[in-house]
Design a binder for this molecule. Structure first.
Ligand SMILES: Cc1cc2nc3c(=O)[nH]c(=O)nc-3n(C[C@H](O)[C@H](O)[C@H](O)COP(=O)(O)OP(=O)(O)OC[C@H]3O[C@@H](n4cnc5c(N)ncnc54)[C@H](O)[C@@H]3O)c2cc1C
Length: 458
């Protein structure tokens, strides 16, 4: 039996949940299909939890536009839903005179992006605002802040629930097929679902491994579901399971793909691919267009004659890991503190969580296989970098924390890329949308992106 629904979102990270909520509030019947046993267990629980102002991104890029619009929406949503957050502001530091012109260029770029509230700090003003920080100059960004990303995702899920939507957990989309104006997915639920079947994750990856212990269609519509706050960032793997509560989701046909998972079919008019680190692989599985041949997501083997040329249009997602070190001691900073950006990232910066705990990171390490363990030997590199703007750092207080992986659409050494929204025009189907390369500032941009997707679908 094939289940039918109006819209399916693949992936219950912050992007998938925001899009699902937006569609549901517009009267669409939405199911989110998630391979893990809880929402937000991958990149969305492994980041800095910073609400970005929109400073760094190229003029007219999606990153710039969606970050600036998303920031305001996010602050408003936090106030409306009582989501813990803090508009604490941040300083960006030019460490020596040689960096001052680069800091000036950043101020111009921010202005181009519509960020008009930055304040230039000379060395004395920087010292007055952040006495522990040394630098030749600084930029003060009052609209930067921090958010409890887990509470945010729970609020999104709660809204989805209230509008009749559901999240089907421990359910992995294995195949995608466009059939006329319908899109049909094969979904493995329970058993081996959530193992990241065929993905490049290594065995120690906390984020890619669901427990597979759920029922065939472990679904949850509960806003009380845990997303792993507290344990969500350790190497032991994020998240508490919220599997168990039955909701609407793909019903297992009792079929078995050999891994113990029940395989079922679900059909929808609209499909949004928000599969994060696996979004390119999922997109390629649809690239055979209306071909009768199904497309295997898990194996990466694509059926259909047109697959090769269409695949060429779908960029590969590359992985840039970012590790964090936690600081054992009180924070000497009043705000978030960032150096100038580096290739692939924003530079090893100081942020605090809402409890005030200080952490440093992320750095940039290009990897082929997603893995989340933090290599303690990186502490020396962290200490060297941080000491350039915080000379009183005690390196012995740096302890390995957690890591996240950026989904990048560019390779190491290339200029920064943009988010990519493929669809409906680019996906070859009026109701199929692929969301690729949602690295930072994806958390900040999520509500604006959701609106954009809703508008494009019409
Ligand atoms: C180190 C780091 C720091 C960052 N800091 C910030 C920051 O401070 N501020 C900011 O705005 N942004 C930040 N970001 C970016 C932000 O975290 C991401 O943009 C955002 O979390 C991406 O969300 P997502 O939903 O696309 O991905 P994910 O959270 O990874 O969700 C994708 C989901 O899809 C599921 N999935 C994949 N394939 C399948 C399948 N076949 N079937 C079913 N489910 C599937 C996965 O299990 C996963 O749950 C940071 C990112 C990193 C890596």
């Amino acid at each position: 039996m094939t289940e039918t629904t109006d819209a399916i979102v693949i992936g219950a990270g912050v992007i998938g949940l925001a899009v699902a909520r937006e569609l549901a509030t517009h009267g669409r019947q939405v199911i989110v299909i998630e391979r893990n046993a809880g929402i937000g267990q991958e990149t969305s629980s492994r980041n800095s939890e910073v609400i970005h102002a929109g400073i760094y991104y190229s003029r007219n890029s999606l990153k710039a536009r969606l970050c600036v619009a998303g920031k305001e929406r996010l602050y408003a949503y936090c106030r409306e839903k009582d989501i813990p957050h803090e508009r604490c502001g941040k300083v960006i530091v030019a460490v020596g005179e040689a960096q001052v012109s680069a800091l000036e260029a950043l101020r111009e770029r921010a202005r181009d992006n519509g960020v008009g509230d930055l304040e230039w700090l000379d060395a004395a003003a920087l010292q007055a605002r952040e006495p522990a920080v040394c630098g030749a100059a600084g930029l003060w960004s009052p609209s930067s802040g921090i958010i409890d990303s887990h509470a945010f995702m729970l609020a999104l899920q709660g809204d989805l629930d209230r509008h009749g939507g559901a999240v089907a957990l421990v359910s992995e989309v294995r195949e995608g097929r466009v059939e006329g104006d319908r899109i049909r997915l094969s979904v493995a639920s329970g058993g081996g679902a959530g193992s990241g079947g065929g993905s490049k994750r290594s065995a120690d990856s906390g984020g890619g491994t669901g427990t597979g212990s759920g029922t065939a269609a472990s679904s949850s519509t509960a806003a009380s579901s845990g997303t792993g706050k507290g344990t969500g960032k350790g190497d032991s793997g994020p998240g508490e399971s919220n599997a168990g509560r039955e909701g609407s989701g793909p019903a297992s046909t009792g079929g078995d793909d050999g891994s113990g998972a029940g395989v079922s079919e679900i059909e929808a008019r609209t499909v949004i691919n928000a599969a994060g680190l696996d979004a390119s692989r999922v997109a390629r599985a649809f690239a055979a267009g209306d071909s009768a041949a199904g497309s295997a997501i898990a194996s990466g083997n694509i059926g259909g004659a047109s697959a090769d040329s269409e695949h060429a249009a779908i960029p590969e997602t590359r992985f840039a890991k970012g590790s964090y070190f936690l600081y054992d001691g009180p924070s000497p900073f009043n705000h978030l503190v960032y150096p100038l950006p580096v290739d692939g990232g924003l530079g090893i910066h100081a942020t605090h969580d809402l409890a005030g705990s200080l952490r440093f990171g992320p750095d940039v390490e290009w990897i082929d296989t997603v893995a989340y363990e933090v290599d303690g030997s990186r502490a020396a590199k962290f200490a060297h970098s941080i000491a350039t703007w915080w000379p009183d750092l005690d390196p012995a207080r740096l302890n390995p924390g957690y890591a996240g992986v950026r989904p990048k659409l560019v390779a190491a050494g290339e200029p920064p890329g943009d988010f990519l929204i493929m669809g409906p025009a680019e996906s070859g189907h009026g109701q199929l949308v692929h969301l690729l390369g949602f690295e930072s500032p994806g958390l900040t941009a999520s509500l604006a992106l959701a609106k954009e997707v809703q508008n494009r679908l019409g």
